[in-house]
Write a protein that binds this ligand. Structure first.
Ligand code: OXD
Ligand code: MN
Length: 587
């Protein structure tokens, strides 16, 4: 073992001595290894075969009913000072965090195999990528990591060259919710996760590394780790613009990343680079470039059908792992909103009975390699990433936020991102329709104090004069009868067309206190059935509502106390004053 790998070997030895596995397996990432693990899990019942004629290479995992989602209330950021984690995180002193986790891990792998997974987040040869090693006792985690990351030999070679890597230690433990914690130690670049096998808690490359730890690394090294999809939009002339979009959950991120242009927009093409996470770096010329650290998708299944997301619907017909979906009588995967077939067994393996609730768990998932996606862009593998023309924030708002608006400059855009909010839906626990702030859609994922994170965003204009424009969209405006005003799905491309034309200085707009909005005629509505009144409503800024919104934004920002950057207060004040002037003129 070379000296660069000695530290890794020493850590693996130390974990093995502490957790006492039956054997240690170093993952190579080969196809044979994947197949062997699938066979092993079929033999132990962890996986079940789905209908191999209709769904070749597809398997089903039914998880413990207590272990079906991320556990934000058990997720900690253990930075040395509580204030460094901020009000946006649960915190514990690092020494206490280690003590608590080490007690859980003691002898926990007895009778199990310990897998060592070297992985690379981002294209294997990219200077923007970062490596990690996950140690786990779950073969389900290994096969998911194989689909979601560049895992195995090549990643190990890079670790050997670089020496640094994020250390992630994971055990499913007893799957006891009372003995379940996900802890991050950003200063040590390490993660300890115990008691859950669920994606975001257990596939440590994803939320734990690529967002919480990476956001901390990005702050130190001058880049951004963001909860954003990356998509390429090709116009009929063949020009491609790449945009990065941050939306809170249940706002259609995966659908937008795989959008299919409407028939009335011939010649347009959409390319998916990523559906969940973007790492944004400035290149030598000051251009912001994005790489997707992941190489697969871990998507929500219910609601996926030919109309909502045909690309996703097609890509999960082969070589996919399903978690917690229902099955039909002929053993095909089934979920609510699939629109074809009917369930015979539910996600707990019981005969389907509507009295037991939905057949597929509302958070049931598919895992597939990104290359399964019919509109996968090979640039997802480009070491230099793609240049970003626009950053788009969005939320689910019945009222207040218009269909689209553009920030006046970068710092105004940071305020827009920091005030991102979404209304809760029936798919979430708690009251429906309550506005929740989810800054930059990073509320559960920022590995340090949000106030410092906004300061970091605000530092970018000092480093570059070529930053992308920032926009805000809202596909979810409703009328008084609760009907959506905008058709959504593929038609969202019309709004994206305006956005990229703004970046090319080709589209019209008018200035309002909250930013630049298109005139109705600036949007391409050819062959779209929408009345001028509805379009007007979608593009209206209600001064009174916005005044109240700005007040609530201020109250939210002030909850970050002294660390809140003064520039965000100033930006808020400029808009509030402009709205006050308008109100004074109107009265
Ligand atoms: C996800 C999430 O699973 O944001 O991507 O929760
Ligand atoms: Mn996500």
């Amino acid at each position: 073992m070379t000296s660069k790998l000695e530290a890794l070997q020493a850590w693996v030895d130390q974990v093995a001595a502490h957790t006492q596995p039956e054997a240690v397996h170093w993952c190579t990432g080969s196809k044979e290894e994947y197949q062997d693990l699938i066979e092993f899990m079929l033999a132990t019942g962890t996986l079940k075969k789905l209908n191999q004629e209709t769904h070749p290479g597809c398997f089903l995992h039914l998880s413990d009913p207590n272990d079906v989602a991320r556990v934000e209330h058990l997720t900690f950021v253990c930075s040395p000072e509580e204030d460094d984690a901020g009000p946006n995180n649960l915190w514990m002193p690092p020494a206490d965090g280690h003590k608590q986790m080490d007690a859980l891990f003691e002898n926990c792998m007895q009778g199990r195999i310990m897998y060592v997974i070297p992985y690379c987040m981002g294209p294997i040869d990219s200077p923007y990528s970062r490596c990690g090693v996950e140690i786990t006792d779950s073969p389900y985690v290994v096969v998911n990591m194989k689909l979601m990351t560049r895992m195995g030999r090549k990643a190990l070679e890079r670790i050997e060259r670089e020496g640094t890597f994020v250390r992630g230690l994971h055990s499913t433990g007893e799957l006891d919710p009372e003995r379940r914690f996900i802890m991050h130690f950003p200063e040590e670049l390490s993660i300890k996760s115990y008691g859950s096998g669920y994606g975001g808690n257990a596939l440590l490359g994803k939320k734990c590394h690529a967002l919480r730890i990476a956001s901390h690394q990005g702050r130190q090294e001058g880049w951004l780790a963001e909860h954003m999809l990356i998509v390429g939009l090709e116009n009929p002339d063949g020009a491609v613009h790449f945009i990065a979009c941050a939306f809170p959950s249940a706002c259609g991120k995966t659908n937008l990343a795989m959008l299919i242009p409407p028939e009335s927009m011939p010649g347009w093409k959409v390319w998916t680079l990523g559906d969940d996470i973007a790492w944004l770096h400035l290149d030598d010329g000051g251009k912001l470039r994005a790489v997707n650290p992941e190489s697969g998708y871990f998507g929500v299944v219910p609601g996926t059908n030919e109309k909502t997301n045909k690309n996703a619907f097609d890509m999960i017909t082969h070589d996919a792992i399903f978690t917690n979906v229902a099955t039909t009588a002929d053993n095909q995967p089934w979920w609510e909103g699939k629109k074809v077939g009917k369930p015979a067994k539910d996600w707990r393996g019981r005969d389907y009975d509507p009295a037991n609730g939905p057949a597929a768990h509302p958070n049931s998932r598919f895992t597939v390699a990104a290359t399964n996606n019919p509109c996968y862009s090979e640039l997802a593998d480009a070491p230099e990433g793609v240049p970003i023309s626009a950053i788009v924030f969005g939320g689910r708002r019945k009222q207040v936020a218009p269909l689209v608006y553009e920030a006046k400059d970068w710092n105004h855009g940071v305020l827009i991102g920091a005030s991102t909010a979404s209304e809760t839906t029936a798919a979430m626990v708690g009251d429906v329709g309550v506005v929740r702030r989810d800054p930059m859609a990073m509320k559960p994922f920022c590995g340090y104090n949000f106030a410092d994170y906004w300061e970091h965003w605000l530092s970018f204009p000092e480093k570059s004069e070529h930053l992308p424009k920032i926009f805000h969209v809202n596909w979810f405006r409703q009328n008084d009868d609760g009907e959506f005003l905008w058709p959504g799905f593929g038609e969202n491309l019309r709004v994206l067309e305006w956005i990229i034309e703004r970046c090319e200085h080709r589209a019209g707009a008018h200035e309002t206190p909250i930013g630049y909005l298109p005139h109705a005629e600036d949007l391409n509505t050819d062959a779209l059935e929408i009345t001028p009144e509805v379009l007007d409503e979608l593009l209206t800024v209600d001064t009174e509502q916005w005044r109240a919104e700005l007040q609530s934004v201020l109250e939210y920002l002030e909850s970050y106390g002294d660390r809140l950057p003064e520039e965000l207060r100033r930006q808020q004040q400029v808009i509030a004053n402009a709205l006050d002037d308008q109100l004074a003129k109107a009265s």
